[in-house]
Design a protein around this ligand. Sequence first.
Ligand code: HEM
Length: 500
Amino acid sequence: MDLSSVLYLALPLSVLALTILYLSHRRPGPAKQPNSAARAGSFYELMKNSHRILDWTAELLAASPTGTVTTFMGVVTSNPSNVEHILKNRFDNYPKGDRSTTILADFLGRGIFNSDGDHWKLQRKTASLEFNTKTIRTFVLHNIRREVAGCLLPILAAAAAAGEVLDLQDLLERLAFDNVCKVAFNEDPGRLAGDTDQGREFANAFEEATNLVVQRYRHPFLFSWKLQRFLGIGSEKLLKEKIATVHRFAMRVVRAKKRAEARGLGDDLLSRFIAEADYSDEFLRDIIISFVLAGRDTTSATLTWFFWLISTRPDVKNRIMDEIRSVRSKKQKPAEATFTLDEVRNMDYLHAALSETLRLYPPVPLQTRECAADDVLPDGTKVSKGRPVMYSSFAMGRTERIWGKDCREFKPERWLENGVFQPKNPFRFPVFHAGPRMCLGKDMAYIQMKAVAATVMERFEVEVVDREKEREPDFTMILRVKGGLPVRVRERPAEGVLAA
Ligand code: HEM
């Protein structure tokens, strides 16, 4: 790049930097919102609180009478009526929007996770049919049982015998990655069983590409990361390489599956899309990358928080153990190392404990949409065209107005009536999103999480090292446990359970 181009690009950058400085030091004017959203959170405050963005927004929202605030970042709400308006009633006015889809486009293309309008509708229609069949549920459970019995339990047994400390979060992430790849395209990258070269390269590139692409959100203007990409410098250089590795792997999978079509397709999601219509290779590549991203760290993060939370609550742990024993006692044939679909379904208390974990530590804690045309939210907040509008599941899970005075307590009982699990209104609990774009993998996620939790707990006592220590969330794309979760495991004496 020559000097004149550098100067040409440097000038607008300086203007942007000065604008940011001006905005951050400007005295806030009188609030323009009529009766609702407090105007809070200047650029300066945002920077000051950037390391605790979730707690900071939760505090702002709790202090606002309507549960909505207007910040430098856009409108943020924890008000269920607003959430219903954005996600359902005025769905078409709140797409993901250009800013977000442009940021993720190099990586995700126009896969279901990163598209709006007709392109999204087409994928959603096919995917909804495929996610809701009994065949896919059975396929999901079959894979998770295989992976748990064949890989996870032996690793835990070896650690128990050696008295070794394990990072449970890391193990669960490996398990979730292998599992979502099996469900998406029926290949196991072997993250848990001992990496294959190709699998390791794909998994590492996927992980790094996700972390690097998220860095683009930290740029206040699209222009700044685009400039880096154009110059091929810094994190953008590395990102390009990682994305190329992921795309190469995914393309190989798509082409191999298409070639195998004549010999019969499988039950995985890619096979089902191929059988459905003559989609292009790129279209299918984008779809499977979206599925892997969607189903990867969400379940492992939830399980990690779950194991930490129950380690601080022996009463909850005991009730889960009682439920597991009771489900087992109804079995006619000798118990296996893992559970059937019906057994997993019948665990209401475990379902409640996982939902309570999701309430306090939602894997996707803050969601953003972009306002397509000027609008007024049900609480009176005005939103202008192009503004980001966010809802915070994290703040909502900790809101007294929604969950009562004990909202910060871990209390699975709040989800049960006469021992039976009662789902909550998704606009008050939008952890899986809500409305037409609600998470497609919700049932699948519960099946996986329940199967893993019950199988591990039945066979092992999991002791979290330093369990009383408060765990800090680490929020990049998914709300993980900062620093992982070190645990020791001990084998329980067998209660009629066969070895894996
Ligand atoms: C605890 C586990 C999970 C949670 C909390 C969760 C949460 C969410 C949320 C909040 C969204 C909306 C994201 C957005 O629009 O930006 C979403 C979408 C989605 N999820 Fe999940 N998810 C979970 C597990 C899974 C799993 C295991 C899969 C399976 C592959 C999956 C597949 C999807 C898909 C395909 C979408 C896109 C739906 C669309 O845009 O129409 N999810 N999920």
